[in-house]
Design a protein around this ligand. Structure first.
Ligand SMILES: [Zn+2]
Length: 460
């Protein structure tokens, strides 16, 4: 929304690159709780729309060479599991030949896809890589060039990948692989991307898709499309600088443990807004999955960048990553903070040392800011007009930081965390009233007044 996003007064050209694009929102999803809304991204739950299909023919009428599935039982699954164990071992031991030996080599497209998958994984230091299947049989995908009497089967399959140091545990992904028995041996006969499930952000799987580049800085690992030569290192530099700057600004410990996915692979980064705008970037937690595809334990955090942003747009706006890095640095408070506070702090850092009085807004946005309800925008209303609510939140955070600096801000954050631990949610107005009184000797009404004072100084 080029007409509504704030622009830097005077020195606009750099920013125009970013705010002039479709994906203008800097989003931050916060980590979804384990077992929380929705299942894994792209998960196809057993028994859901693709019904168990132990003996069904795969998609009648599709390509020739697709064979009907035979009745396959426990023996087949045990054999598939053995093959998958060899395949995972091949990834861990970087044995391409052993990996490709698990792939049906009659299908050149499959082989090319799997070579890329292997090459991508081989660039990562992996603390863990393995698969788990369940007995649930799903509708197999067509296996190209399979013989008429070769059985095919698709078991529910989970892939677990832990990028060493960057992730604290394995990230689980439901993968969609159809297995084919050829000359007595079970092989991967087809792999496709799982369908996205509406409204549920997908888990992280940047290694599946096109070729990637990796910048490995220990706990900080950045993946980009290989076509964006040099971008992975540039982004790693930008993230490292952002961590240093944000940690100094907020007086918190630097934290560089994050996996940055700037590839075009995997499920799209999407923020649900009324106008369906996509997020420019998002910080989110990732999780392991159990065999049924339900989230279990946290595996760390990732910054995912909208692949529609070009390399020049990404490197031309370091503020984008300064915003996301605030969420990284404050991750111990994830889920405990009201949205205006986490987003406001992130926006404050994004623009620092500029303040709201240095930002230029279009008349249309100015009008909406003036018409907005005089309140701190809670999670329930934030996405109704994110452009306004990011600004209001930034102004509120700016007001609090002017009043008490990073020390008081930390007390406020800790207060919310203590409240959350005691069962009081971040959007509880009584908690906010109490904390603002305890920490700042102020009221929400005063913070709102301070925010709108600052918003009144927006350039328009
Ligand atoms: Zn954010």
């Amino acid at each position: 929304m080029p007409t509504t996003a704030p622009r830097r007064r005077g020195r606009a050209p750099v920013l125009v690159l970013v705010v002039g694009l479709g994906p203008t929102l800097v989003a931050c999803g916060g980590a979804g709780a384990p077992g929380g809304a929705g299942g894994p991204g792209g998960a196809e739950a057993p028994g859901s729309s693709s019904s168990p299909a132990a003996t069904a023919s795969p998609e009648p009428g599709t390509s020739p060479g697709v064979s009907p599935s035979y009745e396959v039982g426990g023996a087949a699954r045990a054999a598939v599991d053995t093959m998958l164990a060899r395949r995972a071992q091949a990834v861990r031991e970087r044995d391409e030949a052993a990996f490709l030996a698990t792939v049906d080599d009659r299908d050149p497209r499959l082989v090319a896809q799997q070579r890329t998958l292997y090459a991508n994984l081989a660039q990562l230091r992996l603390a863990r890589y393995d698969y788990e299947t369940t007995a649930d049989q799903l509708l197999p995908d067509p296996v190209r060039r399979a013989g008429p009497r070769e059985p095919v089967v698709r078991f529910q399959t989970i892939e677990r990948t832990q990028v060493a140091d960057a992730l604290t545990g394995a990230v689980g992904n439901v993968v969609r692989m159809t297995y084919v028995r050829r000359a007595g041996q079970w092989l991967v006969g087809r792999e496709t991307a799982p369908e996205p499930v509406a409204g549920v952000p997908g888990q992280l799987r940047p290694w599946f898709g096109g070729p990637v580049d990796v910048a490995d800085r220990g706990t900080l690992v950045v993946l980009t499309d290989a076509a964006d030569a040099g971008l992975a290192d540039d982004l790693a530099d930008i993230v490292e600088d952002a961590v240093t700057a944000d940690a100094a600004l907020l007086q918190v410990e630097p934290d560089r443990q994050v996996l940055v996915d700037a590839t075009g692979n995997g499920p799209a980064v999407r923020l649900n807004t009324v106008d369906e705008e996509e997020a420019a970037a998002i910080y989110t937690g990732v999780f392991d999955l159990d065999a049924q595809g339900h989230r279990t334990t946290s595996s760390g955090g990732t910054i995912r960048i909208n692949p529609d942003l070009t390399a020049a747009e990404l490197t031309g706006d370091p503020g984008l990553l300064r915003h996301e890095v605030v969420h990284l640095l404050l991750r111990r408070y994830t889920g405990a903070l009201p949205m205006w506070l986490s987003e406001g702090t992130a926006e404050y850092a994004r623009w620092y040392p500029l303040t709201t009085s240095d930002l230029r807004v279009a008349p249309e946005l100015w009008r909406r800011v003036q018409a907005a309800p005089r309140q701190l925008p809670g999670a329930g209303v934030f996405q109704l007009d994110p452009a306004v609510n990011y600004l209001v939140s930034q102004a509120a955070a700016q007001h609090l930081l002017a009043r008490g600096g990073p020390v008081a801000l930390r007390s406020l954050l800790e207060g919310y965390r203590t409240g959350a631990a005691a069962g009081t949610g971040p959007e509880d107005g009584d908690l906010t009233d109490r904390l603002l009184d305890d920490v700042y000797d102020t009221t929400e009404a005063e913070v709102v007044d301070g925010a709108w004072d600052a918003l009144g100084r927006l350039d328009r």
